[in-house]
Design a protein around this ligand. Structure first.
Ligand code: TRP
Length: 347
């Protein structure tokens, strides 16, 4: 893939989240942290989308949930330090060009290819759709192609579960350019920007942290809830007595310490002690709790303050959406010209 940049020489970052619940620590280490870093870099321009239309693909019957979580996700973004002056934060459904682009992209994929997408397949299984999968859900990678290409996004900070989606996005881009590009790259291919910790496990140790599995620590959880969740965390089921040697692999407390404790040396010493035996789970959990509280406390108070004025948050989203739409309109005009459906535009 060529290294593609916008005219001003900046690479465009496009990323987003479905507003189906508040964001959790998995989101933070998987992509929020990267976004906060990226917004400081001069060579990048960042668009962050609240993917409400995508959320509706499997929540069509629950618009209230999606509506409420648009605000919750926006609060999470701002609380972790995303700055609307530096990053353009916007609402997907308020940009009709994305729906328009999606419609044309749908002609460039086959049903068989959609059914083969491992991420979608997995999610379908998890959600128990079987044959009754909503068409909008099955085709969400196509709509995601629209989200990314409308902004000429080439860098996409996501968790690694999204890699098969990006692969499909790039197939659509190549096909579009091949058919309509007349030798030009009208649309740009993208690549994932993965964080070091690509996947955080849930507190049960069974799956990755997710709102649907109810095994995540949310950025907005109260200190009491965080404490409860840390104390419930899966460690090593054979570590019965403090004196027993314990396992680190699969031990969620150590996984979270690795992700959040900046004192790597102390963590290493704890791991060695735990392996030898003589270190109790509760001691490890108490350290983790302190580390997490130090991290979550400022986020929590910032969030609580922001939450007092939802109108101001909506205003931020409104302004971000207007800025984002300008960019999507430009791309849409280029797409229509390439597709020879620019009937009434002046040449
Ligand atoms: N699929 C992403 C999620 O489940 C959300 C999303 C929608 C997205 N469009 C996107 C992410 C475009 C990156 C780029 O969280």
């Amino acid at each position: 893939m060529k290294n593609q940049k916008s005219k001003k020489g900046k690479s465009i970052i496009l990323t987003g989240d479905r507003p189906t619940g508040p964001l959790h620590l998995g989101h933070y280490v998987g992509s929020l942290r990267t976004r906060v870093e990226m917004q400081e870099k001069k060579d990048y321009k960042q668009f962050i989308m609240i993917a409400d239309a995508q959320a509706l693909t499997d929540n069509a019957d629950n618009p209230e949930k999606v509506r409420q979580n648009v605000l919750q996700v926006a609060l999470d973004y701002l609380a972790v330090g995303l700055d609307p002056e530096k990053s353009t934060i916007f609402i997907q459904s308020a940009i009709p060009e994305l729906a328009e682009l999606n419609l044309f992209f749908l002609n460039l994929v086959t049903l068989a290819r959609l059914q083969r997408n491992p991420t979608v397949k997995n999610e379908m299984k998890q959600k128990g759709f079987g044959a009754n999968v909503p068409a909008g859900f099955l085709t969400y990678p196509v709509s995601q192609a629209a989200d990314i290409t409308a902004f000429k996004g080439t860098v996409v900070p996501v968790g690694n579960d999204q890699l098969p989606i990006l692969e499909q996005v790039n197939e659509i881009v190549r096909k579009f350019n091949l058919i309509y590009g007349n030798g030009n790259d009208v649309l740009l291919e993208c690549k994932a920007l993965l964080s070091d910790t690509v996947r955080l496990s849930g507190i049960d140790g069974k799956a990755k942290a997710s709102k649907s599995m109810n095994n995540a620590i949310f950025l907005s959880d109260s200190p009491e809830t965080v404490k409860e969740k840390v104390m419930q965390m899966y460690t090593d089921s054979n570590h019965l007595r403090i004196s027993d040697p314990g396992k680190i692999k699969g031990n969620i407390v150590f996984e979270y310490l690795d992700a959040f404790d900046s004192d790597k040396k102390a963590v290493l010493e704890m791991k060695n002690h735990y392996r030898r035996g003589g270190l109790g789970d509760v001691t490890c959990k108490k350290r983790l709790l302190a580390v997490l509280e130090k991290f979550l406390n400022p986020i929590r108070s910032k969030r609580e303050n922001l939450a007092k004025n939802p109108d101001a948050i909506m205003q931020i989203l409104k302004e971000g959406t207007a800025r984002a739409r300008k960019k999507a309109k430009q791309t849409m005009a280029e797409v229509k010209t390439a597709m020879k459906i620019d009937y009434f535009s002046k040449k």
